[in-house]
Structures are given as structure tokens and as C-alpha cells.
Design a protein around this ligand. Structure first.
Ligand code: SF4
Ligand code: MG
Length: 321
């Protein structure tokens, strides 16, 4: 929806950037144990949606459920205990780690805040967390700036894990890192997902990144989910013209998809505040038809008869019976 009041001072710095992003009519379910990729160009509202899932932002309309409980209208006080189960990892570890706190403090503060442990016991947990994220050794008295970008993101991941959550939203967790480090962090994310029995939402503008870590992918365009599919189905056979364009715009390692249509992704993105009428993608769509300019497509379901998996696409190419 058009306006997201920010609930927490800590996140108020996102207000100026995020408040303008519209997220509209999004219906999304993340199954337990799943990794859901949320993909789209910057400015499409994926970070806003990710923050709404954790109630770091509040939607003006609609409902958010966590583990069967509706959390849409919970107060900050009520949310505090739930936060133990839902955490976030941010894009830029440098700005999301407090430079004045030692790594030990960064990790033990949430542990003590949520009364999980205190003192030496909390520090012991912090050391174990650091080992689990690949930072063995004596690091608890060091400061974030003493670490490389990749190591800082490991610390950011350890902080999210410190309260033993069920659910983590990772917002572009590798985008700020050198390409050589990205694969290591992706591997770490897969490893902790299994070890900590996590459910993940993985936000990225890079389809190649989600391809390797996600089970399911939701593609967003101008604040809407335009396609939702199991990851292999999306890569094999993207239904929505925007997903097709997004796939064609990435350099696929196996080069199995040739770039045979004009690259529509590099054009300027229309404003999500005043999106195009009808289908929001119609100003850039290579398949645009007359009805697309005036009629909003609805989400159409396709069930794959072989695998019985279903997928959704919001496009008039699929809403004819
Ligand atoms: Fe393209 Fe029309 Fe489908 Fe929108 S509804 S993606 S404009 S074909
Ligand atoms: Mg973002």
C-alpha cells in the first residue's frame, strides 16, 4: 500500500527511501523450512515487503500472519517477544553493525535482551555462533571495522542467529560483497539454514543468486508480485514476460538461454507511486496487447501435471480459459 509508517527509531533512516515505495495487493505465503526468493529491480518494493513480513514496517491494509498468529496490529511491546523468532540480515554489514560495540557485545546484547542467557554463558553462546558462521578464534573483543566485508556479514548473520529464530529475512545479503566472497556467504546461508532449521526469505535483484539458494521465487514488479513459481520451473520456463526479460538480462552461467529479445530491463522504471494503468508492465512489455493498457490482469494459477506444483502469473496471456 502507499504509505508505511515506521515503527522503530532504529529503522527510521529507511523512511525517506522506503515510504515512497508502493506495495500493492501482495499475497505471499512462506512455508516452514522453505527459502523463498523475492526478486525484482531496485525500487520494486521488495525490501519494503520484507520489512512488512517482520512488522518492522506496518501495512496500511491487509494482514500478516506469523506461525498462525496474526501480527498485523500487535504493538511494539507485543512484537518484542515475537522478534525472537523473526530476524533480519541487512545488505550492508558495515552500516548495520554498531561500530562502537565489540563483536561480543553485538552478539550478547540480543541474547541478554531476550533473557536467553547472561554473562559468561551469553559470551559462550557468542563464541559458538562465531564458529558456526566460520569465524573461529578469539574475536569477541574485536570491533566490526577490524573485519573484512564478508566477515562482517558473517557477524551480521551470527547476530540474527543469536536469538535462535525460526525465520530470517535476508535483504540483499551478498550484494555489497565482492563477487569472490558472495559464493562463500551463500554457502554459509545454506549451511545455517539446515543447522538452525530455518525458514528464509531471500531478497535479491540478482536471479543468479536466488537460483542457488531458493526453493520458490516470487518476482516483483512495481510493488506487485507478477509471478510465483518453484525455482527450477521459473528458470526452465518463466511465464510472465517480466520474468522472461529479467532472466534474459542476466548472464546465465550455462548460457542455455539466448538473449533473443530486446533487453527491456535497462529502461527506466516507471514510478511505483503512480504506476501505469492496466498491467503495470505494459509500458515495457514486448507482448503488450490492447487490453493490457486498461485492464488489470489477475493472478492466474497453473498446475504442473507432472509434479503437481502450482505456479502463478499475473498476465493477460494466461487469463483466457
Ligand atoms: Fe505484457 Fe499484457 Fe502480460 Fe502485462 S498483461 S505482462 S502487458 S502481456
Ligand atoms: Mg532494497
Amino acid at each position: 500500500k502507499k504509505h508505511f509508517p515506521v515503527n522503530s527509531d532504529f529503522f527510521s533512516r529507511y523512511l525517506s527511501r522506503e515510504a515512497v515505495h508502493a506495495v500493492d495487493g501482495v499475497d505471499l505465503t512462506v512455508e516452514r523450512g522453505q527459502t523463498l526468493g523475492l526478486v525484482g529491480e531496485s525500487g520494486c518494493g521488495k525490501s519494503t515487503l520484507g520489512r512488512c513480513l517482520l512488522r518492522l514496517l506496518s501495512p496500511t491494509e491487509g494482514s500478516i500472519y506469523f506461525d498462525g498468529e496474526e501480527i498485523t496490529d500487535l504493538s511494539q511491546r507485543q512484537l518484542r517477544s515475537r522478534r525472537r523468532n523473526m530476524q533480519m540480515v541487512f545488505q550492508n554489514p558495515r552500516s548495520s553493525l554498531n561500530p562502537r560495540q565489540t563483536v561480543g557485545e553485538i552478539l550478547t546484547n540480543p541474547i541478554e535482551f531476550h533473557n536467553i542467557a547472561a554473562g559468561d554463558e551469553a559470551e559462550e553462546i557468542a563464541r559458538t555462533l562465531l564458529e558456526d558462521v566460520g569465524l573461529a578464534g578469539n574475536h569477541v573483543n574485536r570491533y566490526p571495522h577490524e573485519f573484512s566485508g564478508g566477515q562482517q556479514q558473517r557477524i551480521g548473520i551470527a547476530r540474527a542467529l543469536s536469538v535462535n529464530p525460526d525465520f530470517i529475512v535476508l535483504d540483499e545479503p551478498v550484494s555489497a560483497l565482492d563477487v569472490s566472497v558472495q559464493a562463500q556467504i551463500l554457502q554459509l546461508i545454506e549451511q545455517i539454514k539446515t543447522e538452525y532449521d530455518l525458514t528464509l526469505v531471500f531478497i535479491s535483484h540478482d536471479l543468479n543468486v536466488v537460483r542457488h539458494v531458493c526453493d520458490e521465487v516470487a518476482v516483483m514488479y512495481l510493488g506487485e508480485i507478477v509471478e510465483n513459481a518453484p525455482v527450477d520451473k521459473l528458470f526452465e520456463n518463466p511465464m510472465h514476460p517480466y520474468s522472461q526479460a529479467l532472466l534474459n538480462s542476466v548472464a546465465l552461467p550455462d548460457a542455455s538461454k539466448s538473449v533473443d529479445r530486446e533487453n527491456v530491463i535497462n529502461e527506466d522504471l516507471p514510478s511505483p507511486i503512480n504506476p501505469p494503468s492496466g498491467c503495470r508492465f505494459h509500458t515495457r512489455c514486448p507482448e503488450v496487447m490492447d487490453e493490457c493498457r486498461s485492464n488489470k490482469p489477475s493472478l492466474c494459477t497453473r498446475v504442473d501435471s507432472d509434479t503437481q506444483t502450482s505456479r502463478l502469473a499475473k498476465c493477460h496471456l494466461y487469463d483466457r480459459k
